[in-house]
Design a protein around this ligand. Sequence first.
Ligand SMILES: [Ca+2]
Ligand SMILES: [Ca+2]
Length: 268
Amino acid sequence: MFTKAPLIPLLLAAGTALAQNSVVIPNGYENAPGPSAFIGPLHGDPRTNQFIIRESQLTAIVGQDITAIAFRLPASATSDWPIVEVTYFSYDILLSDGVNPSSRQFDFFANVVGPQDLVRTGPLVVTPFSFTTGGAPNDFGPEIELNEPWHYAGGNLVVEVLHTGHDQGFRNNDAVGTSEPGYLTEFANIWQGTGPSPVQGNFSIIKLITDGATCPPDLNGDGVVDADDFFLFLQLFADGDPRADFNNDGVIDADDFFAFLNAFAAGC
Ligand SMILES: [Ca+2]
Ligand SMILES: [Ca+2]
């Protein structure tokens, strides 16, 4: 006998979707098309692309788990893509901390700081006409989901995308050129195809999607609520830092202290 139980996962899924958050890099291009295009993360030939992103571009998602990335077609594209189903034999994504874009080298390993985590691997299938045109900017294409969420605790970020290409040939995407403001200070790209070493390239406009979940008492955004957060709160409180206004009423007072204590005790 059927019951209404299957509705519950649906409702939960809807709730998760509503909580989603995202950031578009470079900042400022969420609602504006890029001035350039790039033949990289969507192209038919194998490519490795490394996005080197300064922390100032990522303040909207500090303390959140990245769950997917997305790209979009350039404003110059005249027809939706792909016209038949496209399969990348392998589409890998690696995430890590990184150097400042101004310090980037033409060396994938040199730009990574700390461990580099393989957060997605395996084939990627792109549904026909799922990347649309006619917008300024165009809508982002389907989210390329990570196999597992990756906690962004702050700092510079390196997103590396390696793919084996597909049999549908040319495909560029919306991008920002190397002479635009912010390139090499706020963001940078190196890439490699069949050449002997990585070279500089336009920065593909990339959307990072998170689960939107934040943990207010995790003040330092490292994914755990512990004594470090407690002492950080005391410091912020003593300094009159706006982040100490824990109940967001515009005043820093004892109410914030108790609100923090309660959230701290509750954990996340
Ligand atoms: Ca913490
Ligand atoms: Ca307050």
